[in-house]
Every structure is written in structure tokens, then in C-alpha cells.
Write a protein that binds this ligand. Structure first.
Ligand SMILES: Nc1nc2c(ncn2[C@@H]2O[C@H](COP(=O)(O)OP(=O)(O)OP(=O)(O)O)[C@@H](O)[C@H]2O)c(=O)[nH]1
Ligand SMILES: [Mg+2]
Length: 429
């Protein structure tokens, strides 16, 4: 069947990856393939992919002169309007490439931001995306204005007083961006406070949070478990809004489960930090289900990338069940499953689509939740020794010195609870 022609033609692009170490060539290849999926999700047509081997990054134009000249010719021949770098290029480099070769250069982060922008639906997600965009823009403002200085410099008519117009403009812009960051942050705080009040009644319930690489099947599993109907798509970053539902797990045991935004390799961490609702869902969780698409050949790299982000945001200590999803795609012999059973002890294998093993996953989650509990504790200052001892039997999620003592959030095993019982404080929320 012929597809209906769309009125707006998609922009056509070349993708460029740079490989600095030949032993890492396969990795560059996988990364650029992922960029192709990102570009596809962002409605950009990828015409060709190039990986350039280099020893070092060119400070002025990221890649070399000869390569860019060649790319420019190819772009003209193939009617290509832009190039997308798989690596994060500096604003000055993008500007130089435009100036010297008339090539429009974007990078991976800009494509991800574009997808975020298109996929954000709720007010909260829109604010979060805006915050991510502003944080990305802030160090890049120079790109917009330093031409002012250059043009004035070139005309030779610069008086001492007017020199640095671009610099002044950058300062003004920076202030505008910073003001907007403050405004958006404030709005997000407000929304989150509202949500917190709404959720107050649920505070005592234990929380499970689905985390994982984008497209791992988090929303599919969430739907399967809760009977919900959140958006599932074979696209990257289908989910930008956290969704939480309460659920009965086991005998009358109510828990809250939430679906969150996916992670991806090479995502600047401050972008993830903009997704505060997601971060809060993760940081508040008693248990993470770390979902992995076992049918993806790069799934072990995905596990590492997700673990890195969890570490970066300080959530690596929260108990987690590594959950391999999409086992229905493994074929008859499930070789990979057999290998991973041994390699990743305690992991669970499910299919969110057929529902295979999902009950077992829920049982494992329930068991794990029952072994531990999360507590807010307040230790008097003279109890330093008790705090030090905690490392032997508890997972300390956060620790803060307050006027009243040392405030600690920790996950404690049931059998060790008596050791900290007297320090437990009620949740103030
Ligand atoms: N065959 C098969 N496909 C699955 C399974 N789980 C999810 N999928 C498919 O994988 C794709 C991504 O699923 P989602 O549930 O949207 O994945 P996600 O992790 O929420 O993705 P993002 O929100 O983009 O991070 C969809 O096309 C799903 O139909 C599974 O168990 N088996
Ligand atoms: Mg999703």
C-alpha cells in the first residue's frame, strides 16, 4: 500500500560519528545506529551515516577540513540540509562549521531535546523539558551573539565604548535564561507540592518504580500489571510523564507502582536531572524494577548505561530486580536467557506482551519488599557510632546534618530493625 505523501517534507540529514580509538569502532557503529533511531523518532530522514576515525578532536570544527569539504559536496549532491553529530559538539565548533562550510550542524542532545519537546504532554513534563532546554542553552548562548563582536571587529569601526556588544548581549541573554530557569523551577516546585498533597494518603504504601533504557518495555509492563493504558510505542522516549497507580500485591498489601522516562547512553546528566518527577519517583522507591530488552544485542551496554545514570543521581543503592523483558522474541532455545541466568544472579525473565512470568516477577517483588523497609531516622549527634554501624546491615539512601541531629533515610532489613527502632521518626509529609 502506498503511503500518503505528507505535506511537509522531512529534513534530510547525514549522521556523523567520530571514533577516537579503533578498538571501539563497533561501539561507535552501535551508537550511530541508535542516533538513526533517534533521528527517525524526531521525524528526520537519515540519508547516510559516516564514522570518521580520528586521533584527536579538531578544536575548531570537531572533524577535519578535508572531511567537511567532502561532506559539503555530498550534501549538495544528495539534497541533504543538515548533519547530526553523534557526539556533543561545542557551540563554537557548530558555529565554525556553519561559517566556514555553510553546514548546519546539530548534535545528539539537540535531537533528544527535540523528541522530548514533541512528546511532552502534561504541564509538568512541558516545564521539565523547558528546564532541560534552558540548561542546554545556557552555556551555548555565545553561539547566537558573538558574531556581533566579529562583525564590528571586521568593519574596523569599533570604538572602545562599543566593543564587546556581543558580550553584553550574551550577559543580557544569560540573565533572561537564568530568570526563566528560576521561574520554571518555581512552577515545577508548585506542581510537585500539589501532587505531594494529593498523594499524602498514599505515603505509607511501599513504592515500586520501573526504570530502564528507552524502549525496554516499561510502559508495556506497567500496563500489563495495572491494567492501565499508558502510551506504548516502538519509538524512543515514548514516555516523558511519570504515571503512578496503586496496586494490590499479595494479600491486602497495597503498593504504588510508577512508570518513568527511559534512559539512553550519552545523555548529559543534567538533562535527566531536569526530570524531577521521575527522579523523585526513583529516589522514593523501595524497589526498582530495572527493565532490560533482552532481544536487543546491545542490552548489556544498556544495563551499564542505566546503572551509570542511577549512580549519578544517587539511586544505585536502592534495591533493584534486574528484569529481562521481551523473552517472547528470543526464539525456541532462548540461549541468551540461559547465559544471563548465571551471569546476572537474581534476575527475572518476563514478557510484558504475553504476560509470561509476570506473576513470578510480582511475587519476587513482594518478597523483596517484605524483607526490607524504608525509614526516616533521626540520630542525636552523640550516636555517631550507631550511624557507623548501620553500614553493616542497612542501605543509607541519604544523610543530612540538621539542627536536631543527623537525619538519615535508610532501607533496613526486617531482622535488624530493632537496632534503629528508637530513631525512627514519622514522615512529616
Ligand atoms: N515482543 C515484545 N515486545 C514488547 C514487549 N514489551 C514491550 N514491547 C514492545 O517494545 C516497544 C517499546 O515498548 P514501551 O512499553 O513503549 O517501552 P518503554 O520502555 O516504555 O519505552 P520509552 O517510554 O520510550 O522509554 C513497543 O513496541 C512494545 O510493543 C515484550 O515483552 N515483547
Ligand atoms: Mg514508556
Amino acid at each position: 500500500m502506498e503511503s500518503i505523501p505528507t505535506t511537509i517534507p522531512k529534513p534530510r540529514a547525514f549522521l556523523i560519528g567520530v571514533c577516537l580509538d579503533n578498538r571501539e569502532y563497533a561501539k561507535s557503529q552501535r551508537s550511530i545506529d541508535e542516533l538513526e533511531r533517534l533521528a527517525d523518532t524526531a521525524e528526520i530522514e537519515v540519508v547516510e551515516k559516516f564514522i570518521q576515525n580520528r586521533k584527536v578532536i579538531d578544536k575548531t570544527t570537531y572533524v577535519g577540513k578535508g572531511f567537511l569539504e567532502d561532506i559539503k559536496t555530498k550534501m549538495e549532491m544528495a539534497d541533504v540540509q543538515l548533519v547530526i553529530f553523534d557526539n556533543e559538539i561545542a557551540p563554537t565548533q557548530a558555529r565554525n562549521i556553519k561559517r566556514d562550510y555553510d553546514i548546519e550542524a546539530l548534535d545528539r542532545t539537540e535531537i533528544i531535546l527535540d523528541i522530548f519537546h514533541k512528546h511532552a504532554k502534561t504541564k509538568e513534563a512541558k516545564f521539565e523539558v523547558r528546564l532541560a532546554e534552558l540548561k542546554y542553552q545556557l552555556p551555548r548562548l555565545k553561539k547566537l551573539w558573538s558574531h556581533l563582536d566579529r562583525e564590528r571587529g571586521a568593519s574596523g569601526s569599533v570604538s572602545g565604548a562599543s566593543r564587546g556588544m556581543g558580550e553584553k548581549q550574551i550577559e543580557i541573554d544569560r540573565r533572561i535564561v537564568k530568570d526563566e530557569i528560576r521561574f520554571v523551577t518555581h512552577e515545577l516546585e508548585r506542581i510537585m507540592t500539589q501532587k505531594r498533597t494529593q498523594r499524602k494518603s498514599r505515603e505509607s504504601a511501599k513504592k515500586i518504580c520501573l526504570v530502564g533504557y528507552t524502549n525496554a518495555g516499561k510502559s508495556s509492563l506497567f500496563n500489563k500489571i495495572t491494567g492501565e493504558n499508558v502510551l506504548v510505542e516502538d519509538k524512543l522516549f515514548a514516555t516523558l510523564d511519570s504515571t503512578a497507580r496503586s496496586l494490590e500485591l499479595g494479600k491486602g498489601e497495597n503498593i504504588i507502582i510508577s512508570d518513568t522516562i527511559g534512559f539512553i547512553s550519552n545523555l548529559p546528566h543534567n538533562l535527566i536531572a531536569s526530570f524531577r518527577a521521575t527522579l523523585k519517583d526513583i529516589m522514593d522507591a523501595d524497589l526498582l524494577l530495572h527493565l532490560v530488552d533482552i532481544s536487543d544485542d546491545n542490552c548489556e551496554e544498556h544495563i551499564k548505561a542505566v546503572n551509570e545514570v542511577l549512580k549519578e543521581i544517587g539511586a544505585d543503592k536502592i534495591p533493584a530486580i534486574l528484569t529481562f523483558n521481551k523473552i517472547d522474541l528470543l526464539g525456541e532455545y532462548r540461549v541468551r536467557e540461559e547465559i544471563f541466568v548465571d551471569k546476572y544472579k537474581g534476575s527475572v525473565f518476563v514478557s510484558a506482551v504475553t504476560g509470561e512470568n509476570v506473576d513470578y516477577l510480582l511475587k519476587s517483588a513482594s518478597d523483596k519488599l517484605n524483607q526490607t523497609s524504608r525509614y526516616n531516622l533521626l540520630f542525636p549527634f552523640e550516636e555517631q557510632k550507631s550511624i557507623a554501624n548501620m553500614h553493616e546491615y542497612a542501605i543509607i539512601i541519604s544523610k543530612e546534618f540538621t539542627d536536631y541531629g543527623v537525619s538519615i533515610t535508610a532501607i533496613v532489613n526486617k531482622e535488624n530493625l530493632y537496632k534503629v527502632e528508637k530513631f525512627i521518626i514519622k514522615d512529616q509529609l
